[in-house]
Design a protein around this ligand. Structure first.
Ligand SMILES: Cc1cc2nc3c(=O)[nH]c(=O)nc-3n(C[C@H](O)[C@H](O)[C@H](O)COP(=O)(O)O)c2cc1C
Length: 210
């Protein structure tokens, strides 16, 4: 097998950096928060994932100081909203680099629904939302210890909203919910449906969820 090898610190030597396309498709952290001036904020973060099961902890990385980071630092709270195919265009609009006094819910024609345990609103049109309390904000660093201007925000999920329509006999139906995922390049996304589902059980009894 002929291999293209590169050291990222010296460049990738390709027309586009393949990193995002390789670590993908990624779930999208569509994060709502509230500023100190009480302005709602909503933005997508695809450097996002789940990191623990009990208690559930999710995290996203802010590459640079952004409104969401400032809001979650000040309030200690955020909401994760599920991005679906039906909400793709609206999600994309909310990534606009606008002033902190602009409410991206209004910009994207979305409805703010009140959360129950945190003050940040959730996206009413989204079938799933996690209300989160910030647990850690970690500034990333290079292997040599040099600080990187990226902050990983981790939050415990303290409240979960699931549209009843996404539950089939009480089981959450990932394929039916129409999740969208971010891949590489300037515009690549994937969606998942029943045709992508396959099942494989562990060879020994499971002690953790995956
Ligand atoms: C699908 C998608 C994923 C994104 N992922 C990230 C990310 O992981 N980290 C980041 O800093 N910006 C990411 N961005 C860009 C932010 O959404 C953008 O900078 C936005 O203006 C930040 O909003 P805020 O200042 O209101 O927090 C992403 C944009 C899109 C469309």
């Amino acid at each position: 097998m002929s291999i293209h090898f590169y050291e990222p610190r010296h460049g990738h030597g390709l027309p586009h950096d393949p990193f995002n396309a390789i670590v993908g498709p990624r779930p999208i952290g569509w994060i709502s928060s509230l500023s100190q001036a009480e302005v709602p904020n909503l933005a997508p973060y695809s450097f996002f994932n789940a990191f623990n099961y009990v208690p559930p902890i999710v995290g996203f990385a802010s590459i640079g100081e952004k409104d969401t980071l400032r809001n979650v630092r000040a309030s200690g709270e955020f909401v994760w909203n599920l991005a679906t195919g039906a909400l793709a265009e609206a999600m994309n609009i909310t990534c606009a680099a606008v002033a902190p006094e602009i409410d991206e819910f209004a910009l994207a024609g979305l409805t703010r629904a009140p959360s129950r345990l945190v003050r940040a609103p959730r996206v009413a049109e989204s079938p799933v939302a996690f209300e989160c309390r910030v647990t850690q904000i970690v500034q990333l660093q290079r292997a040599d210890g040099q600080a990187v201007p990226t902050w990983l925000v981790l939050g415990e999920v303290v409240g979960v909203h699931i549209a009843q329509a996404s539950l089939k006999d009480g089981i959450y139906d990932t394929a039916a919910a129409g999740h969208i995922l971010r891949a590489g390049g300037p515009a690549d996304y994937f969606s998942v449906g029943p045709e992508q589902l396959f099942r494989m059980f562990r060879p020994r009894p499971a002690s953790t969820p995956d």
